[in-house]
Design a protein around this ligand. Structure first.
Ligand SMILES: [Zn+2]
Length: 239
């Protein structure tokens, strides 16, 4: 039986060993969204496929659709993002981005905007980040990614009482969809600094070229990390 071959560009988010010599790769692709591809016997020294695919590669793949899974039949490297691999901070940030993207995207749901955002971030990290502030650009990705998934946090008015959020004590409640004012917050919630809320607004509203020019304090970054974790844990659990 002849199988139809499919081709698409994609970024490899993760890989894991399977069986004797196989590997399973998760990719975010241009035409299919997230997919899993089985690299058959790819851990064998004679494998012709192995040079063309690895984590965080930007590649063009060809695969066939079997009954239950997709099998990789060809992989051509477009960019290995070698500069990212030489830089431990960039590598850690890309690792987090790939993990979040892998965890929160639904298999075979194509999304051009998520594809473009992922590609832009990888290219920025590899080629031309102005201030070397990888963590800042990671947050740009993460908050825009949540927004593209339909989970844009409410940052302007309290989702419970609808009053406009004035710069005072805020709490982040993913369950309520964003930032809740202190009057409404009669449940355990994480405090979020006013500056963090302003930064997240900026990330979602402004282009990456403006975001990468920002300078950011370490304690703002820590508060942003905390806010991200609360939001991500909620979405990951929600499935
Ligand atoms: Zn309120």
């Amino acid at each position: 039986m002849a199988h139809q071959h499919y081709r698409t560009k994609g970024i490899v988010l993760s890989k894991k060993d399977s069986g004797e010599a196989d590997q399973i790769f998760a990719l975010y692709t241009q035409y299919f969204g997230k997919i899993e591809l089985v690299g058959k016997a790819i851990r064998k020294i004679t494998s012709k496929l192995k040079a063309g695919i690895d984590v965080f590669y930007f590649i063009e793949v060809e695969f066939i659709q079997g009954k239950n899974r997709k099998t990789l039949t060809d992989a051509i490297v477009i960019d290995k993002f070698l500069e990212i691999r030489k830089n431990s901070e960039a590598l850690a940030c890309v690792g987090q981005i790939a993990e979040v993207a892998d965890c929160l995207t639904i298999t075979e749901r194509k999304d051009e905007e998520i594809w473009r955002l992922l590609l832009v971030i990888f290219q920025k990290f590899n080629y031309k980040l102005l201030t070397n502030n990888y963590k800042l650009i990671s947050h740009y990705f993460l908050w825009n990614f949540f927004t593209l998934l339909g989970y844009s946090p409410e940052l302007y008015s309290c989702p419970i009482c609808s009053s406009k959020l004035l710069p005072e004590t805020f709490f982040l409640s993913p369950l309520h969809g964003g930032v809740v004012c202190w009057r409404c917050c009669n449940f355990p919630a994480t405090e979020i600094m006013v500056d963090s809320v302003k930064l997240i607004r900026f990330f979602i509203k402004e282009p990456i070229e403006k975001v990468e020019r920002l300078s950011i304090w370490e304690n703002d970054l820590q508060n942003l990390n905390k806010a991200f974790k609360v939001y991500f844990d909620f979405l990951a659990e929600k499935g």
